[in-house]
Ligand binder design. Structure first.
Ligand code: ZN
Length: 244
């Protein structure tokens, strides 16, 4: 079984189309999304529609919840809040209903999916260290769990040879067969923040027991222009070119 895993998309349709084309070419059986489908970018409806078209399994991100009014956006920074308000004006009733219907956690045959953390996912906390990862690693019901939220790829693992310690890896090729449990942040499709502006996506081959994170070029300027044309803050367009 081959899973294709999408990190935070944030309304970036050019990046989403690029990675879905790659996944189709690679023979992906099931597309997964760690949430934050909308917010920041200029094509939220198109991204929702495309995920529905490919039958993606999607969990709810904090920006998705803010756009449906389920999460107070008071703690968002001013640009994120502006984008939430704009997104609310363009989403249709059906889009809102679809976002509302998303679960916080998806548990599949081979893996689990959550937005920020698997432990208490409703808090939308960040996993930035091995310590942050421990509560989620402790409650994993499958050998692999995919998350997003920080927009920075990282893997947190409890290796078979040293199960009492949580290790981390920044390698884009993860041998999950070597670990009891692996928590993988797949980076971001639509707004990478690791100073690499290329779009990110992951593939999980369950037979090979490997998770690979890939980076590919896409038409960044087109999406930057879409953000400016929508009247969204220019900083949201500029950051796409910088990968921050
Ligand atoms: Zn996000």
């Amino acid at each position: 079984m081959k899973y294709g895993v999408l990190g935070d998309i944030h309304g970036n349709i050019s990046a989403l189309r690029t990675v879905l084309e790659r996944m189709r070419a690679e023979g992906v059986d099931q597309v997964l999304s760690v949430g934050d489908v909308v917010g920041y970018g200029g094509a939220p409806r198109e991204c929702i529609q495309l995920l529905r078209d490919v039958g993606a399994i999607v969990v709810k991100g904090n920006h998705d919840a803010a756009c449906t009014g389920e999460l107070d956006d008071r703690h968002f920074n001013v640009h994120a809040r502006t984008a939430v308000r704009w997104t609310q004006t363009v989403l249709g009733t059906e889009d809102i209903e679809w976002l509302r219907s998303l679960p916080l956690v998806a548990t599949l045959e081979h893996c689990q999916v959550a937005h920020g953390t698997l432990f208490r996912p409703e808090l939308y906390d960040y996993i930035l260290s091995t310590t942050d990862a421990d509560p989620s690693l402790d409650v994993m019901e499958r050998p692999v769990c995919f998350v997003g939220h920080s927009h920075v790829p990282i893997a947190l693992l409890r290796l078979r040879e040293e199960p009492g310690r949580t290790a981390y890896s920044l390698d884009g090729d993860i041998d999950v067969g070597e670990a009891h449990v692996s928590l993988v942040n797949v980076g971001s499709v639509g707004q990478p923040r690791d100073e690499d502006p290329r779009t990110a996506y992951a593939m999980y081959d369950t037979e090979a027991e490997r998770v690979c994170i890939y980076r590919v070029d896409y038409d960044i300027e087109r999406e930057a222009q879409r953000i400016r044309a929508a009247g969204l803050p220019g900083v949201l367009a500029d950051r796409l070119h910088l990968g921050v």
